[in-house]
Write a protein that binds this ligand. Structure first.
Ligand code: ADP
Ligand code: MG
Ligand code: MG
Length: 902
């Protein structure tokens, strides 16, 4: 029975039998050729061998039973329809053999044209074309070239070299100047190249040519480059490729023939119009190969008005049918138009929004579909300013495009100078070898950050991305000398005060000021461009689609913000609260001294005094943030990092002490500091004394923060505002930790809040795997969970985030162990499973438990979809990512068919 089934299995589809929905079976090219055939468009007849045939071939190493017979049958009916036989010496039918998978894939075999030509049929072809010998021999040499290269792996340069030599001998650069005799000679040269590399003569049997080409397409599915590409793009290896066998039509028959490509609208801007290129007297691949200069498609109107009009009609028809921008390939054979390919075309981010908006206007799609057609990555791209590089600007160095955007400004080398100049209204670029947490103020003040060390995950890169600030990292041609306030590059010296420009997308560094265009999309989000009144198709489309996304989404979108300014900005971007307000930066700068006293406290009362001094400062910090987020929830995380991060680095301190001792200075204080730094040194600080552990070990620290939060909220309430604080305890792994902190906090809150009406929630981060696995217990003591997916990823995988990304992630990505860093996009199967378990068990223990996520995943498109699926209440991300998260949260609803998955 199994044998019977294989014999009967259908492996070959005539173009009239397929349609555009069958991409998986027929590949994209085949499915769309079938669709066009069935629309009645002029497609040369042909058939598609299915991806299933490819899978069977790859599994067994031979063509599946029945395939040969089915190809034979389809070939015969093609021959009958065309009234010619494949490779017939008098009047040959010729075909192209074209690969085409569900997803287009570099690394796979592409196309062999003119299959069926040999030493006899080339003469027949010439005769049939009105004794056009030049055309026939040109077609034959193309067959040997493409067949040799793609089917038999003959190095392509050898053929190109021989072609160049032929042109050289003729004293020309134009292949059209080669006559029939030249091309005959070239065919001889090509055959020799073929023989030399394959050890056999170029196959003369048409059917053998066809079978070898089909087999080569199958095998190209497993070519090394294709395998690698699939792993990285997460394309399943078992899909396989289809093979299309298409009757040849000829654009190289003379000046009344030609070939071209076209888009139904401008893929760069989305504007309606005619966009394409045409090349007369040429065959297929010449257009892209750039062998001769193409002309704009509009000029076809003069050359061949009938074909031009027909083409425009077909383009309009295709767009209406696919309800999207299409790109097409066509050929004109002696005034007759043939369609050779179409697909929904690639486009820029701006065009994606504009086209989606236009299609809604035209009534072709609805807003749900428009939302589906754009994505957060495109929106993010549109939110960066960009350089106008039409001038003669040459980069002097190229680093890593660590955080996109374009920034020009005065060079400064210290954080303090950056703040000073920014206060004077200057744009500055902060240049450092690398940055550290003390540079934060300078980074905030700067337009852009340039470092000579570090990669995409260096401090500079990560912080800049979080702030949406342009950053080029690791530009190692640059020699930075901070004390001398200058850097050198390419033999030139750039001093403080000189101007440079950096492109955080390309990593390029320019001397002088390159003009920058601000992002109109950001201007719109900030409220300075009114979409109703601005004549800007992009802004109007973004507005329309964002409004629709907001109406659709179930996830709320909050922001990560540590300052009033960030909070205000995020609010303009649509944030509905703060999901993560870090408090550690509130212990830096001129507060360091207080923190040192707190950590070093020896004498009784010293710690209390430091805490008492910190309290009003903290209260003021929170008041500012609550004011900006008036009426919206603000989740404040109690201090999280290991305290020694607030002390000077060990080596530096040791040197200072030694030097001072040498000079006979009084170093008692420095020695005490040094001893403390030694005492607090940790081998694995990320797994050490941090988060809730600090709160349990350092008396009064969390209490001071809780009091500051509660007092700030009460003060806002007294002023007529509505603060909604949520206190978040970091790094909890056991419910007992949280209970202990909670008991103390509740007492303070009750005392401070009194009858002010202020309500303070207490919850926890879920970022230690044990917390996720005991979420049911922890929920008893938590009013909310916020998933700290950065730490959860770090501890879930056992990856030290600061080390592994630079050390070996490149290898993991190359091997396809993951397609994207799990710190960038959530690992659904592992870390995501922990989130799912915690969400389910937490809600089971405490119905109505509020669930959110903070950390970089909250602004990552794919992760947002996951959090929607798991049923969280909100995501929180950096201000700049808020619009991206809003858009993706809306898309998540549309893509799950509008269902609420909770
Ligand atoms: P790719 O996927 O690289 O575009 P294609 O299979 O589309 O590869 O073919 C490459 C070129 O050959 C295209 O310009 C196409 O239009 C042309 N071509 C393919 N089949 C035929 C055919 N039967 N007749 C004429 N030109 C063809
Ligand atoms: Mg093509
Ligand atoms: Mg954490």
């Amino acid at each position: 029975m199994a044998a019977q089934e294989t014999v009967d299995h259908k492996y070959v589809y005539d173009f009239s039998e397929g349609n555009k929905e069958l991409k998986e079976l027929l590949g994209g090219k085949g499915a769309n050729l079938a669709e066009m055939t069935n629309l009645g468009l002029p497609v040369p007849p042909g058939f598609t061998i299915t991806t299933e045939a490819c899978q069977a071939y790859l599994a067994t190493g031979r063509e599946p039973d029945g395939l040969a017979g089915q190809i034979e049958a389809h070939l015969e009916s093609l021959e009958r329809a065309m009234g010619k036989r494949l490779g017939d010496p008098q009047d040959p039918l010729l075909v192209s053999v074209r690969s085409g998978a569900k997803f287009s894939m570099p690394g796979m075999m592409e196309t062999v044209l003119n299959v069926g030509l040999n030493d006899q049929s080339v003469e027949g072809l010439a005769a049939q074309a009105g004794n056009n010998e030049r055309f026939a021999w040109d077609s034959y040499r193309r067959l040997i070239q493409m067949f040799g290269k793609t089917v038999c792996e003959v190095p392509g340069e050898e053929f190109e070299h021989a072609l160049d030599e032929a042109k050289h001998a003729k004293g020309t650069h134009n292949d059209l100047d080669l006559d029939a005799d030249d091309l005959r000679g070239l065919v001889d040269a090509y055959k020799k190249i073929f023989l030399k590399h394959t050890g056999r003569e170029f196959p003369q049997q048409p059917r053998e040519q066809l079978d070898l080409a089909i087999r080569a397409v199958f095998e190209s599915w497993n070519a090394e480059r294709a395998v690698l590409y699939r792993r990285q793009e997460r394309i399943p290896a078992e899909l396989g490729t289809a093979v299309n066998v298409v009757t040849m039509v000829f654009g190289n028959l003379g000046p009344d023939s030609g070939t071209g490509v076209a888009f139904t609208r401008d893929p760069a801007s989305g504007a309606q119009g005619i966009y394409g290129d045409y090349l007369a007297n040429a065959q297929g691949e010449d257009v892209v190969a750039g062998i001769r200069n193409t002309v704009p498609l509009q000029e076809l109107e003069q050359l061949d008005k009938a074909s031009y009009d027909e083409l425009l009609g077909i383009m309009a028809r295709l767009e209406e049918h696919y309800k999207d921008l299409c790109d097409i390939e066509f050929t004109i054979e002696r005034g007759k138009l043939w369609m050779l390919q179409t697909r929904v075309g690639k486009r820029t981010a701006a065009a994606a929004f504009v086209i989606a908006g236009q299609l809604v206007d035209e009534g072709l799609i609805d807003l749900d579909e428009a939302l589906h057609r754009v994505n957060g990555a495109q929106l993010a791209q549109l939110m960066f300013p960009r350089f106008q590089l039409d001038h003669e600007f040459q980069p002097v160095a190229t680093g890593i495009g660590a955080s996109p955007g374009a920034a020009s400004g005065t060079v400064v080398f210290t954080s303090a100078r950056a703040v000073e100049l920014a206060a004077e209204g200057k744009s500055v670029i902060l240049v450092r070898r690398e940055t550290n947490p003390d540079d934060l103020n300078g980074m905030i003040a700067a337009k852009g950050i340039l470092t000579s060390r570090g990669g995409k995950t260096s401090h500079a890169a990560v912080v800049a991305r979080g702030m949406g600030k342009t950053c080029v990292s690791g530009a190692d041609e640059i020699e930075v000398n901070v004390p001398a306030k200058r850097f050198t590059v390419a033999g030139q010296t750039v001093a403080e005060g000189d101007v440079v420009s950096i492109d955080g997308t390309t990593g390029k560094v320019y001397l002088g000021e390159v003009p920058v265009m601000p992002s109109e999309v950001v201007q719109y989000f900030e409220g300075s461009l009114d979409p109703e009144h601005v004549d800007n198709a992009l802004v109007r489309a973004v507005h329309r689609i964002m409004t629709h996304a907001d109406g659709k989404r179930r996830l709320a979108v909050r922001t990560n913000a540590d300052t009033g300014a960030d909070a205000a900005r995020a609010r303009r971007f649509g944030a509905e609260g703060i999901g993560l307000c870090r408090t550690e930066h509130m212990f830096l700068g001129d507060r360091r001294e207080l923190v040192e006293r707190l950590i070093l406290a020896r004498a009784p009362g010293e710690r209390e005094a430091a805490l008492a001094a910190l309290l009003p400062l903290q209260r003021a910090d929170f008041e500012e943030i609550f004011r900006e987020m008036d009426g919206l929830p603000v989740t404040v995380r109690l201090i999280d990092p290991p305290l020694h991060e607030f002390l000077p680095p060990l080596e530096q301190l040791a040197v200072n002490v030694a030097v001072a001792q040498e000079r006979g200075e009084d170093v008692a204080k420095e020695e005490a500091l040094l001893a403390a730094v030694r005492r607090m040194h940790e081998e694995n600080p990320m797994l050490g004394l941090r988060g809730v552990r600090l709160g349990l070990v350092i008396p009064g620290l969390f209490a001071m923060q809780v009091r500051a939060i509660a007092e700030a909220a009460v003060s806002c309430a007294r002023g007529g505002g509505a603060a909604k604080p949520e206190i978040m305890v970091p790094l909890v792994g056991a419910v007992q930790e949280l209970e202990t902190v909670r008991a103390e906090a509740e007492k303070i809150i009750a005392e401070v809040v009194g009858d002010s009406g202020v309500e303070v929630l207490i919850g926890t981060m879920i970022e230690v795997p044990r917390a996720a696995l005991t979420a049911g217990q922890i929920a008893e003591a938590a009013e909310f969970f916020s998933f700290g997916t950065n730490d959860l990823t770090q501890m879930g995988w056992g990856f030290s985030r600061d080390d592994v990304e630079g050390a070996f992630f490149w290898r993991y990505l190359e091997l396809g162990i993951f397609g994207i860093s799990p710190f960038e996009s959530i690992d659904r199967d592992g870390v995501g499973r922990l989130v799912r378990i915690a969400a389910e068990e937490g809600r089971a223990a405490r119905p109505g438990l509020k669930l959110g996520v903070c950390g970089e995943h909250g602004g990552d498109p794919d992760s947002v979809h996951f959090f929607h699926e798991v049923g969280l209440d909100y995501v929180s991300c950096s201000p700049f990512r808020v619009p991206v998260a809003r858009l993706e949260a809306g898309r998540a609803v549309v893509e799950t068919g509008g269902s609420d998955s909770r």
